[in-house]
Write a protein that binds this ligand. Structure first.
Ligand SMILES: CC(C)(COP(=O)(O)OP(=O)(O)OC[C@H]1O[C@@H](n2cnc3c(N)ncnc32)[C@H](O)[C@@H]1OP(=O)(O)O)[C@@H](O)C(=O)NCCC(=O)NCCS
Length: 231
């Protein structure tokens, strides 16, 4: 998306930076791993196609993509920093996090209502995450990356994305606390994810963020999870 072309989201353990040309070779290398492709339901692409995808995702209005960078060492990183800053670009990329939008979004003011658009097509924001480098798993990176991404996309504070979420819209100080957010925020109730029904680590991860299984599509061996669903 163009809106996050120069956005860096600064967390405690990780940074989220826009997917740029210099990330493509390593990303392509990750996606040559068959197991990772299966876990993320991805198709194999040639390197040239991967470069085309990077360009496309940067422009697409329905795909929000960030690369996850591990904050190693004790280099000071300010809250506002450019993606090309050497303090950022010298750190290792370890995965990616995406949101794919489909349907017509409601305005934020209507976010507490059922997320169905005018033409009846439900608006959804499908989240995907990958910590590609096994060495960097089980450090809380995926959890922090998703919370930062959800905060950016919804304008709700990261603290709302927990096992038992609060649902009332953040007010006053709490609302002002979210400084970097997407220009057209999406309602948190539109957040979903689709995961292989055997991917227990990922199912647990999303449960910790307040998602619940709402559908089991046996033919695809897949579950659908929704944020703050009441099952
Ligand atoms: C699933 C994945 C994203 C988790 O990333 P991670 O950075 O290791 O996860 P975190 O350290 O943030 O873990 C958060 C929670 O997820 C769950 N979890 C993560 N990995 C787990 C594992 N191997 N076994 C059981 N639970 C696990 C736990 O509940 C964990 O909380 P805890 O550490 O307090 O127990 C990572 O293993 C991965 O990228 N796998 C391959 C791609 C994939 O499956 N993507 C998901 C498709 S949407």
């Amino acid at each position: 998306m163009l809106c996050n072309k120069n956005t860096v989201l600064v967390g405690k353990k990780i940074l989220l930076v826009p997917y740029q040309i210099e990330h493509v070779a390593k990303y392509h290398n990750w996606m040559e791993n068959e197991e990772l492709r299966a876990l993320t339901a991805s198709e194999p692409l040639k390197l040239e196609q991967e470069y085309e995808m990077q360009q496309k995702w940067q422009m697409d209005e329905d795909k929000l993509t960030f690369i996850i960078i591990a904050r190693e060492g004790d280099t000071f990183i300010p809250d506002t920093v450019n993606p090309t800053d050497p303090r950022v670009s010298s750190l290792p990329m370890v995965g990616d996090v995406n949101i794919f939008l489909s349907g017509t979004p409601l305005s934020v003011s209507e976010s507490t209502r059922s997320p169905a658009s005018d033409n009846g097509q439900e608006f959804t924001a499908e989240a995907e995450i990958m910590i590609a480098e096994p060495l960097y798993r089980r450090r809380g990176y995926a959890q922090e990356a998703l919370r930062l991404m959800f905060q950016y996309a919804t304008g709700y504070p990261a603290e709302y994305f927990v096992h038992h979420p609060r649902t009332e819209e953040p007010q006053g100080e709490e609302a002002r606390h979210v400084c970097v957010k997407m220009p057209h925020s999406i309602p948190p109730s539109s957040l979903i994810t689709r995961i292989s029904d055997k991917n227990f680590p990922s199912i647990k991860l999303f449960e910790q963020l307040g998602f619940r299984i709402t559908k089991h599509v046996e033919v695809f061996e897949e579950v659908e999870m929704r944020w703050n669903a009441h099952s």
